[in-house]
Design a protein around this ligand. Structure first.
Ligand SMILES: Cc1cc2nc3c(=O)[nH]c(=O)nc-3n(C[C@H](O)[C@H](O)[C@H](O)COP(=O)(O)OP(=O)(O)OC[C@H]3O[C@@H](n4cnc5c(N)ncnc54)[C@H](O)[C@@H]3O)c2cc1C
Length: 448
């Protein structure tokens, strides 16, 4: 069918579909507006939560949309532990830690801190309720509403159908930069060496651990490899012998642990078929690993109680911002006048079969992330928080841990609320003033 007559048909039949050799055409249709607000946050992981809570603190009306039925992102649905980069963080991060501690759900684990993921869910929901954040679970942001180069809201799909949420400022905290990508922002993807993003891991939880509390991944690797050899090597360990896996991270109760051991390589996080295959493969790996763990005395009584609701994505889109944090910033330990987050975590790149060894343990000094890395270069009305902020593959491998990600979120939330109140675009907001406010709230820990 000629393009012109196809378009005419689509215009005349709102809401209908037409199948052609080129694909399925969807006619334009009116979307109901579910809600208007000051700040719309997409994604309720550590970054989105920091953003929603901080914006609400400033008096903004906040809507938080999340595709899963819980807050916390990788902390909860991903079963990720420990909480890296928790020390010396102020404001929302500090409040969350204080609440977890008060609930007996926070404990030192090998120089870092572990938490109870169930108490994490409840604690966060209490914080959201207290600040009157309007939370919508079971809702996925599937498109951006862009008018004259400015993001005005997002299209959200749920069992209620396809609806619009309009906002003065939108924050993309989806981890994958879904809203920014739909709005037409440029993004970077993968390693400059081989083009692949970091490998994925399905975390799993085990119970009835006796007397294991250590971080020696190479030691555990050797014990698992010996147990595997004893059985005639019926399968391969899904990672090389290096210091990023395997870990059994014991939880505050000590007899339960989150296991970071499964790995799949060269998987595209934006393709559901690849994600499905990766999830099935890693679930099989989890049960194979459990059978090996059971041969060690500390895990003889253990069993898997839960594989994570989602496979864990270490890396996905990195949206291009006004400033891109790069390996050179880490090497020089750079500070910025508009800094919103301090980072001291090293470059943690998991290499493995088919993925080039690159950057793990690269030289770095504690550095800062500037506000400009949260402001996308290509559109107005949008801020970035969490994994999808503007940075290169190496810097991302350092700032991606949860303490830093929540810190970028609280900065984005504060900025968005101020933009909404003062009718400013995020690019117009004075980053130096934002920095000063965050310093006042003890959010930055590097001296200058
Ligand atoms: C296997 C693994 C182990 C890790 N280990 C550690 C560790 O030990 N300690 C540590 O501190 N960090 C660890 N990390 C890193 C850390 O978990 C993540 O980098 C961090 O959670 C990123 O925070 P975020 O809020 O940007 O994204 P996420 O935690 O990924 O949260 C994103 C949220 O957005 C939601 N979402 C996504 N798309 C949409 C959409 N379109 N619409 C609505 N909602 C959407 C998701 O459901 C999710 O809730 C690990 C990561 C992985 C994958």
């Amino acid at each position: 069918m000629a393009a012109a007559s196809n378009e005419k048909w689509l215009r005349e039949n709102p809401g209908l579909k037409r199948i052609t050799g080129m694909g399925v055409w969807e006619a334009p249709r009116r979307l109901a507006v579910r809600r208007r607000c000051n700040v719309l946050v997409c994604g309720a992981g550590p970054a989105g939560l920091g953003a929603a809570l901080a914006a609400a603190d400033e008096g903004a009306e906040v809507v938080l949309v999340e595709r899963w039925a819980m807050p916390g992102g990788m902390w909860t649905a991903g079963l990720v532990n420990p909480f890296f980069e928790a020390r010396n963080r102020g404001y929302i991060v500090r409040e969350l830690i204080d609440r977890l501690e008060a609930a007996d759900a926070w404990k030192l684990w090998c120089n870092d801190y572990c938490f109870d993921p169930e108490v994490m869910k409840l604690t966060i929901e209490d914080m959201l309720r207290q600040r009157k954040v309007h939370v919508l679970y079971y809702s996925q942001a599937v498109d951006a509403i862009v008018e004259n180069g400015r993001v005005r809201g997002a299209v959200v799909e749920s069992k209620a159908g396809r609806e619009a949420i309009l906002a003065d400022v939108v924050i993309d905290a989806t981890g994958d930069g879904d809203v920014a990508a739909r709005a037409g922002c440029e993004f970077a993807f993968g390693s400059p060496v081989d083009g692949f993003v970091q490998p994925m891991t399905l975390m799993f939880e085990i119970r009835d651990i006796h007397g294991f509390r250590q971080r020696d991944s190479r030691g555990l690797y050797d014990r698992l490899a010996a147990a595997l050899a004893e059985r005639g090597n019926p399968f391969e360990l899904p990672f090389p012998r290096y210091n990023a896996a395997p870990y059994v991270i014991t939880l505050p109760c000590d007899t339960a642990g989150a296991v970071q051991a499964t790995h799949v390589y060269q998987v595209n996080p934006l393709d559901p078929a690849e994600l499905t295959a990766a999830t099935m493969t890693t679930r099989e790996q989890a049960h194979q690993l459990m059978s090996l763990l059971k041969t060690l005395p500390e895990f003889a009584d253990s069993r898997i109680t839960n594989t994570a609701a989602s496979i864990g994505l270490r890396e996905s889109r990195r949206v291009t911002g006004i400033y891109r944090v790069g390996a050179e910033d880490l090497a020089e330990g750079r500070r910025f006048d508009d800094a919103v987050c301090s980072v001291r975590f090293g470059v943690d790149i998991h290499h493995g079969p088919g993925q080039t060894k690159s950057g793990h343990g690269a030289k770095m000094q504690p550095y800062e992330i500037p506000y400009r890395s949260l402001v996308p270069r290509d559109v107005r009305g949008l801020l970035l928080a969490g994994r999808c902020i503007s940075g290169d593959h190496y810097a991302h491998a350092s700032y991606r841990v949860t303490g830093s990600m929540m810190a970028t979120g609280q900065a984005a939330g504060l900025a968005a609320a101020r933009c909404a109140a003062q009718n400013l675009d995020p690019a117009e907001l004075d980053g130096n003033q934002l920095h000063a406010e965050l310093v006042r709230r003890n959010c930055l820990f590097l001296s200058r």
